[in-house]
Design a protein around this ligand. Structure first.
Ligand SMILES: *Cc1c(COP(=O)(O)O)cnc(C)c1O
Length: 350
C-alpha cells in the first residue's frame, strides 16, 4: 500500500500536534541505477538517480508541501501564499486544493516554465506576476504574511524542510546506509539544508552514516559560490534562478560540515547533462535538475573529485515535462515527408 511522507516518516518529523494528515502519496520515489552515465563520467563508481520528478506534481516540493500545508490546514489557515520560480507554486496549489484552502502564488518576471505555470493555474491557484525577481517576490510574501493571517509556504517555513528530510531517509533505507556523495542543485538552498538535517538525524538514530554534499548552482545565479547576493540572476535552469537564497548560510554550513562543497556550472554544462541523462539512461529532467550531475561531471573531469569505488547519488529534483520548450527550442524540428513508403525509406537510408 502506498503511503505519503507523513504516514511513513511523520514520527521522525518535528511537526506540531495540530498538523493534519495531508497527502497525494508523495515520496517513495525510485533510486534508479545509472551505469551508462557513470561509465561516461569516467567509470569505477556506482551512480544512482533519486528521481524526484516522479512526485505527484513533478518535483520534490511535494514532500515539503505535505508537511507545511498539512500544518497550516491543521491550525485553521484558509490561504497559503508563496513566491515561486514555478515548482513551489504548482505544489502549493495542489496541496492547498486537497486541503480545501486557497493558494496565492507570486511568480517573478521573465521565464517561468510552461508546465509549472500551467500546473499552478490548473490546480486553481491565484497566480500573480511580480514585475521583479524571485527575490522581490519572496520579500513581498514575507512582508504580507507579517500583516495578514496567510500561511507562508516557502522554504523559510521550517515544516517544508521537515517534509523534505524524508528524501534522505528514503535513500538510506534503499541503500542500507548513506551514500559517499550526494550531489544536487541549489537555488533557495532549502533542499540541501533539509537533506543534511535528514542524513544527520538518521545517522544518530540508526548509524547510517553521512554523505559528503556537492551542491551545484548555475554560474549566472551562484551567490553561494561568489560570496555575495546576485541582483539579476540569469540561467536556463529557472528553478535555481535565485540571487539571494533564503537558506544560504545553512547550506554553506551543511556542505562544509559534510566535507563537501558548493560549486557552479555553466548553462551549457547543464543542458549537455540534461541531454546525456535522457539519451543514455532514459531519464528526462528539467534543466535545474541536471545541475547536480553536471557539477559531478565537472569535478571528476577537473580531477577535483575522486569517486573511484564510491557510491554516488544524484538528486534529480523535477520532471522534464515541466519545461518542454527548452528541448524543442534546441532540437531541430522533425523532418517532414509525404505519406509514401519511398520517402520514409529515403530518410532511414540517409
Ligand atoms: C526548488 C527546486 C530546486 C532548488 O531547491 P532549493 O531548495 O530552492 O535549493 C531545484 N530543482 C528544482 C526542480 C526545484 O523545483
Amino acid at each position: 500500500m502506498a503511503k505519503g511522507i507523513l504516514e511513513r516518516y511523520g514520527h521522525l518529523l518535528e511537526l506540531p500536534a495540530h498538523t493534519r494528515p495531508l497527502t497525494l502519496l508523495e515520496g517513495d520515489t525510485p533510486l534508479i541505477p545509472a551505469p551508462r552515465l557513470a561509465e561516461t563520467l569516467g567509470g569505477g563508481f556506482t551512480l544512482w538517480i533519486k528521481y524526484e520528478g516522479l512526485n505527484p506534481t513533478g518535483s520534490f516540493k511535494d514532500r515539503g508541501m505535505a508537511a507545511a500545508i498539512g500544518e497550516a490546514w491543521g491550525r485553521g489557515a484558509r490561504v497559503a501564499i508563496c513566491a515561486s520560480t514555478g515548482n513551489t507554486a504548482a505544489s502549493a496549489a495542489a496541496y492547498a486544493a486537497r486541503a480545501g484552502m486557497k493558494a496565492v502564488v507570486l511568480i517573478p518576471q521573465g521565464k517561468v516554465a510552461a508546465g509549472k505555470l500551467a500546473g499552478a493555474l490548473a490546480y486553481g491557484a491565484q497566480v500573480v506576476q511580480v514585475l521583479g525577481s524571485f527575490d522581490d517576490a519572496l520579500r513581498l510574501v514575507v512582508e504580507i504574511t507579517q500583516r495578514r493571517p496567510l500561511a507562508l509556504v516557502n522554504s523559510i517555513n521550517p515544516y517544508r524542510l521537515e517534509g523534505q528530510k524524508t528524501a534522505a531517509f528514503e535513500i538510506c533505507d534503499a541503500l542500507g546506509e548513506a551514500p559517499d556523495w550526494l550531489c544536487l542543485p541549489v537555488g533557495n538552498a532549502g533542499n540541501i539544508t533539509a537533506y543534511w538535517m535528514g542524513f544527520k538525524q538518521y545517522d544518530s538514530l540508526k548509524g547510517s552514516g553521512r554523505p559528503r554534499l556537492l551542491g551545484v548552482q548555475a554560474a549566472g545565479a551562484a551567490p553561494l559560490v561568489v560570496g555575495h547576493p546576485i541582483e539579476h540572476p540569469e540561467t536556463v535552469a529557472t528553478a535555481i534562478r535565485i540571487g539571494r537564497p533564503a537558506r544560504g548560510e545553512q547550506a554553506l554550513q551543511a556542505a562544509a560540515e559534510s566535507g563537501g562543497r558548493i560549486i557552479a556550472v555553466s548553462d551549457e554544462e547543464i543542458l549537455a547533462m540534461q541531454r546525456l541523462l535522457a539519451q543514455q539512461e532514459g531519464i528526462w529532467v528539467e534543466p535545474a535538475s541536471a545541475a547536480g550531475l553536471a557539477g559531478l561531471a565537472a569535478e571528476i573531469r577537473a580531477g577535483r573529485l575522486d569517486v573511484r569505488g564510491q557510491r554516488v547519488v544524484a538528486v534529480c529534483t523535477g520532471h522534464g515535462l515541466k519545461d518542454p520548450q527548452i528541448v524543442t527550442q534546441q532540437m531541430p524540428a522533425p523532418l517532414q515527408i509525404p505519406p509514401h513508403l519511398e520517402a520514409l525509406e529515403e530518410i532511414l537510408a540517409a
